[in-house]
Design a protein. Structure first.
Length: 263
């Protein structure tokens, strides 16, 4: 993101792709330390722009002292959120961010507008505020536990339908095969998708049942692992498309420390 051509500004704090003026404006917000959202969302924006003509803006976590340098480990700054003011869709893939009020206000205003949100992966725990050290008007966006409060469970639970519960599969050891239920096979999102062709190199997240009343699960995740014992020296153990043995029930602890069985 550093522009090195002589005579130009050396920093670009976000990336934009202009598309068809009649098409929607999409803002993609990255900021996590595990799943390379700063790379994934750039590629997604290119697909949406080049193939479909959408106007896309991708935002990145960065240290304000080094503007234009992507730094997923810096949790307190994502410049450019003003782009949400006239956005038609927000796509968010952040993890444990504690953004200042002036930035969170754009997210809050967008959500209150009733426009759509697409949360990916760690967006179930997109925000986290240590209230002992950070004074924020938006601390309720984190894991919020006050009884009888609409924000209990934070952004993940209220906006996306679930907060982080547990890993579905052994984290860093297993991958996931996407299973399309019979009830959703005719959904437009699966057009041209062949059965058995959806695979991810990591485990996915568990959810609790029952789901919210209007939730429609389009795709289910099945744990896959490699035949044979776990090899701690192989960083890709269970994380290749060829690792198709279905995993067994695993036990994990949720964020409250309770042991949960995940099938």
């Amino acid at each position: 993101m550093v522009v090195t051509h002589s005579g130009q500004d050396l920093t670009m704090e976000w990336l934009q792709w202009k598309g068809n003026p009649e098409k929607a404006k999409i803002v993609l917000i990255s900021g996590d330390e595990e799943y390379r959202s700063e790379e994934t969302l750039v590629q997604l924006a290119k697909i949406l722009n080049v193939n479909h003509g959408f106007n896309c803006t991708v935002l990145f976590a960065q240290n304000p002292n080094c503007p234009g340098i992507v730094n997923p480990n810096y949790q307190n700054n994502i410049p450019g959120l003003v782009a949400l003011a006239d956005a038609d869709l927000m796509i968010i893939l952040t993890r444990f961010r504690a953004l200042p009020d002036m930035q969170m206000r754009y997210i809050d205003d967008y959500l209150k507008s009733g426009k759509p949100v697409l949360g990916m992966r760690t967006a179930t725990h997109a925000f986290k505020y240590d209230t002992s050290t950070i004074k924020s008007s938006f601390a309720h966006y984190g894991n919020y536990y006050k009884e009888n409060n609409v924000w209990q469970g934070g952004f993940g639970k209220l906006i996306l339908g679930e907060k982080w519960v547990a890993h579905h599969g052994a984290h860093g050891q297993q991958s996931t095969l996407g299973i399309v239920p019979k009830t959703t096979r005719d959904h437009p999102v699966f057009k041209s998708i062949m059965p058995g062709s959806i695979w991810g190199a990591t485990d996915v997240y568990a959810i609790r049942l029952p789901m919210v009343d209007d939730a429609v699960p389009l795709l289910l995740g099945q744990v896959t692992e490699r035949n044979g014992p776990y090899d701690k020296l192989d960083p890709f153990f269970g994380m290749r498309p060829s690792d198709s043995k279905l995993g067994s029930i695993v036990k994990r602890k949720n964020e409250q420390g309770d042991t949960v069985s995940i099938d």
